[in-house]
Design a protein around this ligand. Structure first.
Ligand code: UTP
Length: 284
């Protein structure tokens, strides 16, 4: 039985430039889909997959993320006093008691690979999840739980993938796989004519701790950033890494259209909102 996965890493130190000016003072990861911030969906997915330790790789300008997970005694008291039990339960349910949170600063956002490396001491010598909160996935079984099930069969790193349009390969890490879905090649943001396939990496990874030694030696790659994809490519020389086409629908909430579609589809899943929203959409 491979080592259990107890820790989830959330890289949230990026600048969120595509969503400016909304993200000038509010972190991208705090943008709400319906009534919960993206980071809350991320944490719930990780806990559902068995994570007990949450590590946020953050930036000094993004204090709202830490505040979201801290206790707010005064607010809770006010809600209790005014008898708003449902809302109180939602506020208290932000972080279950048995789950711990750690925050580590990434001084400069030098890239996703660098952000993951910043979590090294907190993760230790164990396999761990990496979750990018701006990729929101609607699924019956959470995407991280799907990755964990695959990892339990092989003990190897596994990353979530989906087919992307050929002309969009330069927005993704792209993987070429064999018949068992073992990755044979992985490249960050290749031009369509250079892409080894149209299998795009999405923001969910389960990685063995061997990735850290590779990231130590990973130089700047695409866009001048230290890329997690390049670290994974180096790891493949030592260990198998699998791709996993996940079951579910992904919304790129780092893009405006993806964010809007997520709000509509997640609202349509809600009994209190679906009726009114359908009526409105029908009238359009
Ligand atoms: P993105 O590239 O989508 O986020 O990184 P960004 O850089 O914040 O956004 P744009 O492109 O400028 O609009 C995916 C995730 O990785 C984190 C981001 O916070 C986001 O959650 N990230 C990225 C880091 O934590 N550190 C980095 O150096 C880069």
């Amino acid at each position: 039985m491979p080592k259990p996965v107890r820790t989830a890493v959330f890289p949230v130190a990026g600048r969120g430039t595509r969503f400016l000016p909304a993200t000038k003072a509010v972190p991208k990861e705090m943008l709400p889909v319906v009534d919960k911030p993206l980071i809350q969906y991320a944490v719930e997915e990780a806990i559902a997959a068995g994570a007990e330790r949450l590590v946020f790789v953050t930036h000094s300008s993004k204090g709202a993320i830490q505040a979201h997970f801290e206790e707010h005694a005064e607010l809770e008291e006010a809600l209790a006093d005014s008898g708003k039990q449902d809302i109180l339960a939602a506020v208290q349910g932000v972080l279950p008691r048995q789950v711990s949170c750690d925050f580590v600063l990434q001084g400069d956002p030098l890239g996703l690979g660098h952000a993951v490396l910043c979590a090294r001491d907190l993760v230790g010598d164990e396999p761990f999840f990496v979750h990018l909160p701006d990729d929101l996935i609607l699924a019956k079984t959470g995407c991280l739980a799907q990755l964990r099930a695959r990892y339990e069969q092989t003990g190897s790193s596994v990353i979530a993938t989906e087919e992307v349009p050929r002309e969009k390969t330069s927005s993704y890490g792209i993987a070429a796989v064999d018949a068992d879905n073992a990755i044979e090649q992985i490249v960050e943001k290749p031009r369509p004519e250079d892409a080894p396939s149209n299998l795009g990496v999405v923001g969910r990874y389960l990685l063995t701790p061997a990735i850290f030694a590779e990231l130590e030696n990973t130089g700047r790659g695409s866009g001048g950033e230290i890329q997690l994809t390049d670290g994974i490519a180096a790891l493949m020389a030592r260990e198998k890494v699998y791709a996993m086409p996940f079951a579910g629908v992904r919304y790129d909430c780092g893009s405006k259209l993806g964010y809007l579609l997520a709000n509509i589809d997640f609202a349509l899943e809600r009994d209190d909102l679906a009726g009114g929203l359908r009526e409105h959409l029908g009238r359009l």
